[in-house]
Design a protein around this ligand. Structure first.
Ligand code: PRP
Length: 216
């Protein structure tokens, strides 16, 4: 059987709560930012479950020796926030992954053509193929931005099977493109919405997440 993209929508009440706050058009920027931070935290927690690499060890408790499990510090962990809106999820992601390296990628979608262009790329030339990479971007709409991000990562040696995408709203066009190109990928999203309009906005979606996070 061919492998297929895994998309998890964790049924967690905090994720549902903060998604609903973020969707509400009357939510002011300061609260919208908090909602996205919280979603970044809880979705990263869920995404890290079968993704972080652990190591067996033995420690001395105050009373006896006992077996334990720790995070394997030899395996690099990286977060790639897609600017601007992906920065909103980064703060919460960092509370779960405090030692991760952060590689910023600035992409701007052209409002007419919906094609992304890159204005900032802080990725190193090469990444260890063992690196666990977590990409943050609240919206996967046409999929142009996430496909451009994946191409940059693959070119640097990243393994899609060790890559997780944390987003808030995912739409079918983006999921179809990712499934066709990178079926080994896994996505954690607060929800999947059914459509995008002719301006590339997800319906019902959240509006322009970058503008709402930064109050612009
Ligand atoms: C938005 C969003 C995604 C992208 C999704 O960013 O945050 O990065 O569009 O659309 P796509 O799947 O059709 O590529 P935008 O380019 O508006 O930049 P911003 O984050 O600076 O607002």
């Amino acid at each position: 059987m061919n492998q297929r993209l895994l998309v998890y929508v964790p049924p967690h009440p905090l994720i549902q709560h903060w998604l609903t706050v973020a969707r509400d058009a009357s939510t002011p920027s300061v609260l919208f930012r908090s909602a996205i931070t919280e979603l970044g935290r809880w979705l990263t927690y869920e995404a890290s479950r079968d993704w972080l690499v652990t190591q067996e060890t033995v420690v001395e408790s105050p009373l006896s020796s006992c077996p334990g499990t720790v995070i394997d510090s030899q395996i690099p962990v990286a977060v790639v926030p897609i600017l601007r809106a992906g920065l909103g999820l980064l703060e919460g992601a960092q509370t779960i992954l405090p030692l991760a390296k952060i590689y910023h990628l600035g992409l701007q979608r052209n409002e007419e053509t919906l094609e992304p262009s890159c204005y900032l790329n802080k990725l190193p030339e090469k990444l260890d193929p063992q690196t666990r990479v977590l990409i943050t971007d609240p919206m996967l709409a046409t999929g142009g931005s996430i496909m451009a991000t994946m191409a940059e990562l693959i070119q640097r040696g990243v393994n899609p099977a060790f890559t997780r995408i944390v987003c808030v709203v995912a739409a079918p066009p983006a999921l179809q493109k990712l499934n066709a190109a990178y079926p080994e990928l896994t996505i954690y999203s607060a929800t999947i919405d059914g459509e995008i309009n002719d301006k590339g906005f997800i319906i019902p979606g959240l509006g322009d997440a970058g503008d709402r996070i930064f109050g612009t």
